[in-house]
Design a protein around this ligand. Structure first.
Ligand code: ZN
Length: 119
């Protein structure tokens, strides 16, 4: 095994018994069972996050090209990221609300992203 660390966690006896029972049924040690479980969870969450990230990017990319119902200039009351490019927009600066057909709430986008929209 490569360089490794020990992780300890205090858990209720009831939970330990469940884990130990599962480990016995898989014919592995409790330690191996927990390690496999943690590895699986991290891997699955990573894949889900990648899928969500890709689908959000696809939606934003598609939306910036079509179906804008309207826009409105606003003054930001706090720093926030642009909903399209994620660049931070500063409090007191200009931004735009962009309403897309079929969406209930507008995107808040920076001046640069607004200028790239088809009107
Ligand atoms: Zn932007």
């Amino acid at each position: 095994m490569k360089k490794s660390k020990v992780v300890q966690s205090r858990i209720p006896e009831e939970l330990y018994e469940k884990i130990a029972e599962k480990a016995r049924s898989h014919r592995v040690t409790v330690s191996n069972f927990v390690r496999n479980l943690v590895e699986d969870v991290i891997e699955i969450h990573g894949e889900v996050a990648d899928v969500i990230d890709a689908s959000v990017k696809k939606v934003v990319t598609n939306m910036s090209a079509k179906d804008v119902a309207g826009t409105q200039e606003i003054c930001l009351h706090k720093d926030r990221p642009c909903d399209h490019c994620r660049n931070i927009m500063k409090q007191g600066g200009k931004a735009h609300l962009v309403w897309y057909e079929g969406l209930r709430s507008p995107h808040i986008v920076c001046v640069s992203c607004k200028s790239k929209l088809k009107s």
